[in-house]
Write a protein that binds this ligand. Structure first.
Ligand code: CTP
Length: 411
């Protein structure tokens, strides 16, 4: 892969040297473009020796090669690390007064900024507004790490470790030869519920279901890879799925819930400013009318005590009806087995019309299908029950197909 490594002028520029070495060790061709100020911190010979390529800061070097356009157009990925507050402000304005800023204007590949600055500068409304603008335009701005800063101060603003920057940046482009990951959810907030809710019968027993959360987590990770800010509302995920969330290539905000009432509260809170809400969780339709504080004991000679159930709110139907934010896209799933009264698709169609969501992904479950497996097969219906898509493959592939359908509905 051909990577341009922009370096702007901050003390963290020394870490760009480590990032450069890492990217070269991974087999990438890297051209370093420092700003003038960056060269106050690290000398050009260091970058030249480690990249094996010339280093210049000015548009007036190699004028016949029209470098300031050629470099940007020929790149598969641009990483700016560190990106100072000043540099981000210049990028927002579209300034073109050195080789790095002109290159950014010419680049059409994914662009990643790894900011580094003092906490006060990072928190300043001007910087926050610049970061928001960059994200809206599709630049992937990595959250800075928290920790020791230049002086004795600590807090958010530290340049993330080179390994973390490389992993996050490379996740945007995929392996060499594959098309770049589209950043069509950049600047969007999406909420995905995953897993299965549990309703307590007593302190030790519950009514639950077999959902592992795999499809929901695949949706969350696919959205994050497409540039979205993701909130994952996680209901009792299987352990390996929880591990997958922790080690995922791109971070999601995770809210853990157990019951349907908790899931409803969490989805509604996170959904207030979301562009998209996807209800991938398997939600219990009923809950015990009361949950005693003590374990229910069996009484010798008496049969089991009946458990009275009451209906849970239908979260998806509510979301579709109220729309927490105008223009919000609401997506649901319909896990069906099919029965004497209808096929999987017929039940899915009826559910699509009943729920009022914009999209419903219908999948066949039962007999080893759907639950806990790594693959899935869905038919995507619109709110009228008409087929608008079909997807089969890994849960990640199905997730990407569903996001393709969602993106078409976004304003
Ligand atoms: N759902 C929900 N709230 C509920 C039940 C389901 O938000 N109380 C959502 C699920 O997250 C899913 C969709 O509705 O996106 C369909 O869930 P499913 O269990 O297939 O359908 P039900 O509405 O429960 O209908 P039925 O059990 O009759 O198939």
């Amino acid at each position: 892969m051909r990577i341009l490594l922009g370096v702007s002028g901050g003390i963290a520029a020394y870490k760009a040297v480590l990032l450069l070495r890492l990217l070269r060790e991974q087999g990438h061709a890297v051209r370093v473009i420092p700003t003038r100020a960056a060269l106050e911190f690290v000398g050009a010979p260091t970058f030249e020796a480690l990249s094996g390529e010339p280093v210049s800061t000015e548009v007036f070097d190699d004028v016949p090669g029209v470098q300031h356009v050629a470099l940007g157009k020929g790149a598969d990925l641009v990483i700016v690390a560190p990106a100072t507050a000043d540099f981000m402000a210049r990028a927002v304005l579209g300034l073109a007064d050195d080789l790095l800023t002109t290159t950014l204007l010419a680049a059409r590949c994914p662009v990643v900024f790894a900011p580094a600055m003092h906490t006060e500068m990072w928190d300043h409304p001007a910087t926050r507004a610049n970061v928001a603008t960059l994200r809206e335009r599709g630049v992937h701005v990595i959250e800075p790490a928290a920790g020791r800063l230049t002086g004795t101060d600590t807090g958010p603003g530290r340049l993330p470790e080179p390994e973390d920057i490389a992993r996050e940046a490379l996740s945007l482009v995929g392996p060499v030869g594959t098309p770049p990951q589209p950043q069509d959810l950049a600047g969007r907030h999406v909420v995905v519920s995953a897993g299965g809710t549990r309703e307590l019968i007593d302190p030790v027993r519950f009514i639950g279901n077999r959902s592992s959360g795999r499809q929901g987590v695949a949706l969350a990770q696919a959205a994050a890879a497409r540039g979205a800010h993701v909130t994952l509302v996680a209901a009792n995920l299987a352990q390996d799925v929880t591990d997958q969330v922790r080690t995922g290539e791109r971070p999601c905000a995770v809210v853990q819930v157990e019951s349907t009432a908790e899931l409803r509260d969490a989805v509604r809170a996170a959904g207030a400013d979301a562009d998209v809400v996807v209800m991938a969780a398997a939600v219990a339709d009923f809950r015990p009318a009361a949950t005693p504080d003590a374990k229910i004991k069996k009484v010798p000679g008496q049969g089991p005590a009946p458990i009275e159930l009451v209906e849970n709110p239908d979260i998806l139907a509510e979301l579709a009806r109220v729309r927490l934010r105008s223009g919000q896209v609401v997506v649901g799933f319909a896990a069906e087995t099919g029965d004497a009264s209808g096929t999987v698709l017929e039940h899915g169609r009826a559910k699509a019309r009943r729920k009022g969501a914009d999209l419903i992904a219908v999948n066949a479950v039962g007999s080893g299908r759907g639950f806990g497996t790594d693959s899935n097969e869905v038919t995507v219906l619109d709110g009228a029950g008409d087929v608008v898509g079909q997807a089969a493959g890994s849960k990640r592939e199905v997730a990407d197909a569903l996001w393709d359908a969602v993106v078409k509905l976004l304003p």
